[in-house]
Structure formats: C-alpha cells, structure tokens
Design a protein around this ligand. Structure first.
Ligand SMILES: Nc1ncnc2c1ncn2[C@@H]1O[C@H](COP(=O)(O)OP(=O)(O)OP(=O)(O)O)[C@@H](O)[C@H]1O
Ligand SMILES: CCCC(=O)O
Length: 360
C-alpha cells in the first residue's frame, strides 16, 4: 500500500459538539463526534473557558484510538470570529491567536479551533491552519444596511459547510458553483440561510448574534424594543444577555435541551408543546428561505439543506411543504466540514495554493 504524504488532524468545535478527524491524505482513518450537553459545558461562563476541556477531550480521543500524533504533518481547524476576510486557508499566526483569544468579533465555539490547533501543532513543530472561518464576508453593499446608522449587518455563518454544500448542489443541477444561484440552509446548533449568487454569499443571516430563525440553542431575531427593555432591567450582565441569545434560546429556552433527537422522541410520544416549538423553528427557517429567494430575484437553482437537523425527517418534510414551490429542495444531512478542512490544509501542504496571511 502506498504511504500517505500527509496526515492531517481536523478539528471542528461546534456549539453543541466537538468533531475531530484524522486523514492520511484524503483517506479518513478516524472520525469522532463528541456531543456536549448542558452538564458538560453549561458551567463555563465564556466559550474561551472551555479551552482546556475541549483540548483534553480531543487528545484523549486520539489516545484512546491509538493514533500516533507524532506522524501528523499539519492540524487544520474551523476558525472563529476574526475580522471579516475572504475565503481560503490561513496559517494560524500571532495576530490571529490574539484576535481569537480576545473574541474580536464575539464568542463562538470555533474561536477555540485555531487556538487548539496551534497548541497541538506547535508541540509537534508542524503548521496549524484554519479554512473558511465563520467570518467569510461576501455581502452585497445593500445587504450590509441595517436601517440604523452606526449598526452594520455582519456576515457570520457556517461558511465552510455552506460553500462545500453549495458546490454539491450546483453540480447536482449540472452547473458550476460560479454560475448557479443556491439557497443554503445550515441546520446546526446555529441556523444560517444564505443566498449564494454565482459563487458569492451575497446575503446571509448573522447566525450568532440575533438574526434569523431560532435554533436548537439560539434565540435568532428578537423584537429589538423588548430586548432593550430586558437589557435595562439591570438584572443581567452583558455576558449573561449574550449567553441568553446564543445558548439559552430556541429549543434550549423553550424545552430545556438543545438536542434535536430528544425533541423528535418527545414529539413521537405525543408531546404537543415540543411539536409547536419544533414547528415554529421550521416556520422561521422557511421565512428566511423566502427572504433569500427574493434576494436572488426568484432565480433559484436549488435549496440545499444541511447540518445535523437535516437528519430529521419531520423537519425536512415540514420545511419542504413550505418552500418547495421556490425550487427543488436537496438534502445533505450532517456536514462534511472535517473533510473540507483537510482538503484546505492539503492544498497548502501540496503547494497547490499559498496559505493566506491573517493581518490586522
Ligand atoms: N440524526 C439526527 N436526528 C435529529 N437531530 C439531529 C441528528 N443529529 C444531530 N441532530 C441535532 O441537530 C442539531 C445540530 O447538531 P450539529 O451537530 O449539526 O450542530 P453543531 O455542529 O454542534 O453546531 P453548528 O453546526 O452550528 O456548528 C442538534 O440539535 C442535534 O441534536
Ligand atoms: C457559524 C455562526 C453561526 C452560528 O454558530 O450560529
């Protein structure tokens, strides 16, 4: 058997899980999804406080599997809330580490990605990268306007998976990504719905801080006036309010769990409250798809639905009922982010592409 030139460790910290994979070139030799419930991570005040916990579970999982980390040639992670940037693979550098630690653009599990990748890689004297971080920004100027001078809409979304899935959906429609119009719906711990116009994500809801549908744990768009009232009661710190919006909304807020599978079970057992909250999430997601179809002037080649909740048949059938008049709905359950990260690192390791440099 031919020996691999590269062994890549891919790390994807999500809001409700940590996913890791090891690839010998393109060949996946190990993959694990470690789910985090409230007991695991609810006690950490800030995402950054989860650093040691998440790093250790990665190292333990590799150790348990007998993976020889000394054979790794690079580590690539899903990167975080940096400054807005163009897509691609970036080498983790000092400027990036500082912005990730400070949470330059806010708190997100993927901020841990670049930091953990860097620590593991530097102990092995190999490079650490991030690919297509959540701040990839291709918004059209019109999409940036919020309606309030001084407040600009931001592009914060599951860029890595959006791009990979949009390419697949375009191919399924016999088009290349750069010539297609695709609406991508990522149903993860956060939900982001993006209008991909000829290879650029020209509009997308900021999935992290208060835009779009509610999700397994995010509040999504909340009436602004009421939110101001709540914030000014003096009962909550800024951090508590942000945590409320990002980890205590949606399923978590209404039903006490962020696990879509548990809610699906409750619905099967006849729990009406769970059904209404579940349907509300479908309803809000469908509204966002409708909005993006208008962004694309009704010229939509396909609606591509992906992420963990895309495994849920009830969610998909309810969503199709509401949006399939717009375009064909193509379903890609889960995500392929570990492979996408690995491919990003391989392109650089093989010198097919130069690593981009993060500058502040
Ligand atoms: N097979 C499944 N059936 C139903 N729901 C599922 C299934 N797998 C995952 N989910 C649910 O989908 C939701 C998102 O999970 P996923 O693993 O995609 O999120 P994540 O990777 O942590 O977050 P993000 O994608 O926002 O970074 C969770 O509520 C999870 O319980
Ligand atoms: C990737 C940013 C969106 C989210 O996590 O909700």
């Amino acid at each position: 058997m031919q020996t691999a030139e590269n062994r890549i460790l891919a790390i994807n910290p999500g809001s409700t899980s940590t996913k890791i994979g090891v690839f010998d070139d393109e060949h996946n030799i190990f993959e694990r999804v470690i789910r985090h419930d409230l007991e695991d991570i609810g006690g950490f005040e800030k995402v950054m406080d989860q650093y040691q916990f998440r790093k250790q579970i990665i190292l333990d999982a590799l150790d348990f599997e007998g993976i020889n980390v000394s054979k790794l040639t690079a580590v690539c992670a899903r990167g975080g809330l940096l400054r807005p940037l163009e897509g691609g693979t970036y080498r983790v550098n000092e400027a990036m580490l500082a912005d990730l630690k400070a949470g330059y653009n806010g708190e997100h599990a993927s901020n841990l990605g670049g930091l953990i990748a860097y620590e593991i890689a530097s102990s092995l004297h190999i490079p650490a990268f991030i690919t297509d971080p959540v701040v990839v920004d291709e918004l059209d100027p019109l999409a940036r306007l919020s309606g309030l001078p001084g407040v600009e809409r931001k592009s914060i979304f599951h860029a890595l998976n959006h791009k990979a899935i949009a390419r697949k959906a375009a191919a399924a429609k016999d088009k290349i990504y750069e010539e297609a119009n695709i609406i991508v719906v990522h149903l993860g711990g956060g939900i982001t719905v993006g209008a991909h116009h000829h290879g650029r994500v020209i509009d997308v809801n900021n999935g992290l801080s208060g835009e779009g549908p509610y999700t397994p744990e995010r509040a999504g768009t909340v009436p602004a006036g009421d939110l101001i009232e709540l914030a000014l009661t003096g009962e909550y710190t800024k951090n508590q309010l942000l945590k409320m919006l990002t980890t205590k909304g949606g399923f978590m807020g209404y039903l006490g769990t962020n696990d879509g599978r548990l809610i699906a079970d409750r619905i099967k057992k006849g729990d009406q409250e769970a059904r209404v909250i579940f349907e509300g999430m479908v309803y809000q997601t469908a509204k966002e798809v409708g909005a993006m179809s208008v962004v694309l002037s009704g010229e939509v080649d396909a609606i591509a639905v992906t992420g963990g909740l895309a495994n849920d048949e009830l969610f998909i059938s309810m969503l199709k009922d509401r949006v399939s008049w717009i375009a064909d709905v193509l379903v890609y359950p889960g995500e392929n982010e570990l492979r996408a990260l690995t491919e990003g690192a391989l392109r650089v390791m093989r010198k097919e592409e130069a690593a981009k440099v993060y500058v502040v």
